[in-house]
Design a binder for this molecule. Structure first.
Ligand SMILES: Nc1ncnc2c1ncn2[C@@H]1O[C@H](COP(=O)(O)OP(=O)(O)OP(=O)(O)O)[C@@H](O)[C@H]1O
Ligand SMILES: [Mg+2]
Length: 357
């Protein structure tokens, strides 16, 4: 039997989404997120932080869709001219879509339907747009059983999306924003407006929603690695909202994910900061002649670095840039690797920190 209960418009009934359990978890999640926002603001180099965290998210979110790649492949794809495997390309596209969404928000402060279409198009690299043919259903990965039938008519999809956007751009009902994030994510996934890429587009919308609501200034909180670790629950709990309007467990799941991921990201930022200070100290002591603060920062902005990056950032000649990198390699700060005709210099300890989820 197909569960074909039509999807309700937002908002859901308040008593369903603001239970005591939810409010208790909300205060923990908000606290962790507040700390993350504060700590990110104290980072001297925001670019570095975004670069590092976004790439990890691109990898994790794509992994939910079984697109598996490694950090190493990704950095090589971003920094060298090697040919990209299709799965690497998808992850790079996901990263591009995050930056694109963030820039749109910086420019206009809200999202339009065509912006969401652009995000999905960037991820999937085709022009299919909003679904126009009936037939899309959600199946259980393992059993193949149909678990949910999203709206089939294009007019209904568009109507639901416009209701979604009203609530995304303006929190009209005064629901706490983190609860609303969970509700919006469910709603977007259940509208399932595209043939493919709904999960990834929806997970980018989550981070953009945090920024719209000023809960973060930069895109650095991602739930994908938590979802990967608890994937069966993610699908099961989304489905419980479809079938029995059971919001509580699903919202608790998302709030918990926010708390855990905020805490992990705080730890990660602290580790990066410690490594940065330690690296500066070592270079000042062991290679004082070549010490430049911007040079060290570069190795953190680009954990896979190249001579030409140094040339650009420090405004020096290639010869000098090469000498700096070689000196840093000699004291063990970076490790060089030849790829094709290019040499890259890898900040391996940083890479290890970034890998920890
Ligand atoms: N029962 C359900 N109700 C609503 N949404 C669901 C349900 N089950 C899964 N989903 C959502 O559908 C997404 C998968 O849709 P789709 O394949 O279009 O997206 P994707 O980005 O290609 O995949 P993935 O999310 O696996 O990376 C899931 O990530 C989840 O967010
Ligand atoms: Mg898919």
């Amino acid at each position: 039997m197909h569960p074909i209960k039509p999807l309700d418009k937002l908002p859901p009934k308040r008593e369903k989404v603001e239970t005591l359990k939810i409010l208790r978890q909300l205060s923990k999640s908000s606290k962790a997120l507040g700390e993350l926002k504060g700590i990110a603001q104290t980072m001297p180099n925001q670019e570095m932080l975004i670069n590092a965290v976004v790439l990890q998210e691109a990898k994790d979110s794509s992994e939910i869709e079984n697109i598996i790649t490694t950090q190493d492949e990704l950095y090589k794809a971003l920094n060298t001219k090697t040919k990209q495997a299709p799965q690497v390309k998808e992850v790079i596209n996901y990263r591009k879509a995050i930056f694109l969404g963030h820039n749109l928000l910086k420019k206009q402060g809200f999202l339009r339907l065509k912006d969401i279409e652009l995000l999905q198009k960037t991820i999937i690299e085709n022009n299919a747009g909003i679904r126009s043919m009936a037939g899309t259903v959600l199946k259980n990965d393992k059993t193949g059983e149909v678990v949910y039938v999203p709206p089939q008519e294009k007019s209904e999809i568009l109507d639901l999306l416009s209701n979604f956007l009203e609530h995304f751009n303006l929190n009209q009902d005064d629901v706490p924003p983190l609860i609303n994030l969970a509700i919006l994510h469910y709603q977007f996934e259940s509208i399932h407006p595209f043939y493919d890429g709904n999960g990834r587009t929806g997970r980018i919308l989550n981070i953009l929603y945090l920024i719209i609501n000023k809960l973060l200034d930069i895109p650095i909180l991602y739930l994908s690695s938590y979802i990967n670790e608890n994937k069966a629950d993610y699908y099961r709990l989304l489905n419980k909202v479809n079938t029995s309007n059971d919001w509580e467990a699903y919202i608790l799941y998302i709030l918990k994910a926010i708390e855990i991921m905020a805490t992990r990201t705080i730890d990660k930022i602290n580790s990066i900061n410690n490594l940065l200070s330690k690296t500066i100290e070592i270079v000042q002591n062991e290679a004082p002649k070549i010490y430049r603060k911007e040079l060290i920062e570069l190795l953190f902005e680009h954990p896979y670095s190249k001579i030409e990056y140094v040339v650009q950032k420090l405004n020096v000649e290639r010869k000098a840039a090469s000498r700096y990198l070689k000196a840093l390699e000699k004291i063990g700060i970076i490790t060089s690797e030849k790829i094709g005709r290019e040499t890259i210099y890898i900040n391996k300890i940083l890479i290890d920190i970034l890998k920890i989820h």
